[in-house]
Write a protein that binds this ligand. Structure first.
Ligand code: GLN
Length: 200
């Protein structure tokens, strides 16, 4: 669990709940390259992508993390995490970096300011029942590259996408006690149910 800034604590609780159901997974906070090296997968939380970008640089974590993701480290980015994974950020700060791991163009705060936060039930590929999604200053996906699969839409706009081992959603799946998206991510990782290794 990338734990530099933002909503990482609730994601770690979701991982703990899944571990308690028998899923062979262990969530650990990641703030350094050494901690990252211990992980088989990574979740990037919502929060503030500009701050996270700055902290990734100052912690000397940006370059090793980019290398790991492009080398196949499975990663799930939520909200600000989706912005970090994108290939292009609109309305970003000029010094803000992204990992170019998911071929999408995202616009920061496309769904409006904090006060315009909203909740809605989404239909998500791979889930039988709708998922209650919370959108907070969420990014909008404005362009999708060829290999990007849309896993969920809100009013015809993509809000959850996948490409290979990279998954991203523009909302906050950790804010409810519904762990199905975390489970979906973890179960998509080969060996997650047998190795018992860490999810950062
Ligand atoms: N708008 C925020 C950003 O640019 C993301 C908001 C969120 O993660 N809830 O990073």
């Amino acid at each position: 669990m990338l734990a530099l800034q933002g909503a990482f604590a609730l994601h770690l609780q979701a991982i703990d709940r899944l571990a308690a159901t028998g899923l062979a997974v262990r969530g650990v906070p990641v703030k350094t390259a050494a901690e990252l090296a211990e992980c088989d997968a990574l979740i990037m939380p919502g929060g503030e992508s500009t701050t996270m970008s700055m902290l990734l640089d100052s912690q000397e974590l940006f370059a090793p993390l980019k290398k790991a993701i492009h080398g196949g480290l499975p990663v799930f980015g939520t909200c600000a995490g989706m912005i970090l994974l994108s290939s292009e950020i609109l309305d970003g700060r000029s010094d803000q970096n992204c990992f170019e791991a998911l071929d999408i163009k995202v616009r920061r705060n496309a769904y409006g300011a904090q006060v315009e936060s909203f909740e809605t039930a989404l239909s998500v590929d791979g889930l039988d029942e709708p998922f209650h999604a919370v959108f907070i200053r969420a990014p909008g996906v404005e362009a999708l590259g060829a290999g990007v699969e849309v896993v969920s839409k809100h009013q015809e706009e993509p809000v959850m996408c996948r490409s290979g081992s990279v998954l991203a959603c523009s909302f906050h799946p950790e804010l409810t006690n519904d762990d199905r998206l975390h489970r979906l991510f973890l179960e998509s990782i080969a060996g997650a149910t047998s190795s018992g290794k860490a999810t950062g």
